[in-house]
Design a protein around this ligand. Structure first.
Ligand SMILES: Cc1cc2nc3c(=O)[nH]c(=O)nc-3n(C[C@H](O)[C@H](O)[C@H](O)COP(=O)(O)O)c2cc1C
Length: 191
C-alpha cells in the first residue's frame, strides 16, 4: 500500500555500511524516476550513481547531517551510506529546476524502500568541493544528494507536541523521533 511505503520512507541516516548496493539497483531507481512529472516536461535532471566504497568515502565528508542533532556529527564509520545519487540540474536544458528534484527524490526514496533500502535526501552539501571531486562539468549544477543504504536505525513518527516543536530528536535508545503536524493543522480550508 502506498500509505505503508510513505510511512516507512523516513529519512534514514545510519546504515549497515557493509551491505553494499549494486549499480543495477541504482539504475533501476533512476529508471523509476525517469517517469516522474517534470515542469514543461523538460526533464533537466541528470544523475551520477555512486556505489564504489572508495568514492563513497570521498563523498561522505562533503555532506552535512541532521542539523538539529547538535551533538551528532553524522554517521560513524560502519554506519555510513553504501551508495549515493548525485542529483544534477543540466543548465543546457533549463536555468531553474523548480520542484522537479523534490518529486524525483521522493519517488526514488519510495522505490528504495520497496527494495528494502532507505535513505536521506540532502541539501546541505559542500557543492564546490563535490563538483571538483567528481569532476562534474560546469554545465551541471549539484542540486541535491541522496544517500542510500540498508538502514540500521529505528525512526518513529510522533505527533507535534503542545509546544509546537518540529525538531527531530533521538532518545536514550537512539530511536530517532520525527514530529509531524496533525491533519487538522494542515487543512486550513474546505469548501
Ligand atoms: C529538501 C530537503 C533537504 C534536506 N537536507 C538534509 C540535509 O542536508 N541533511 C540531513 O541530514 N537531512 C536533510 N533532509 C532531511 C530532513 O531533515 C527530513 O526530511 C526531516 O527531518 C523529516 O524527516 P522524515 O524525512 O523522516 O519525514 C532534507 C530534507 C529535504 C526535504
Amino acid at each position: 500500500m502506498l500509505k505503508d511505503l510513505v510511512q516507512c520512507s523516513r529519512s534514514y541516516r545510519r546504515f549497515d555500511q557493509s551491505a553494499r548496493i549494486q549499480p543495477s539497483q541504482l539504475r533501476e531507481l533512476v529508471d523509476l524516476i525517469r517517469l516522474a512529472p517534470s515542469g514543461g516536461n523538460k526533464q533537466p535532471l541528470k544523475y551520477i550513481l555512486i556505489t564504489s566504497e572508495e568514492v563513497c568515502a570521498k563523498v561522505f565528508p562533503q555532506l552535512r547531517w541532521a542539523a538539529y542533532l547538535k551533538d551528532w556529527g553524522g554517521p560513524q564509520e560502519g554506519e555510513r551510506p553504501a551508495a549515493y545519487v548525485i542529483v544534477l540540474g543540466d543548465t543546457a536544458i533549463a536555468s531553474n529546476f523548480g520542484v522537479d528534484p523534490g518529486i524525483a527524490m521522493q519517488t526514488l526514496l519510495l522505490g528504495a524502500v520497496e527494495q528494502g533500502l532507505g535513505g536521506c535526501m540532502l541539501a546541505n552539501i559542500l557543492r564546490d568541493e563535490l563538483m571538483t571531486l567528481l569532476e562534474i562539468p560546469p554545465q551541471f549544477e549539484i542540486l541535491n544528494v541522496i544517500a542510500l543504504g540498508k538502514p540500521v536505525e529505528k525512526v518513529v513518527v510522533d505527533p507535534v507536541g503542545a509546544g509546537g516543536d518540529i525538531k527531530y530528536w533521538r532518545d536514550a535508545q537512539q530511536i530517532h523521533h520525527v514530529p509531524k503536524r496533525a491533519l487538522s493543522d494542515l487543512i486550513v480550508g474546505e469548501k
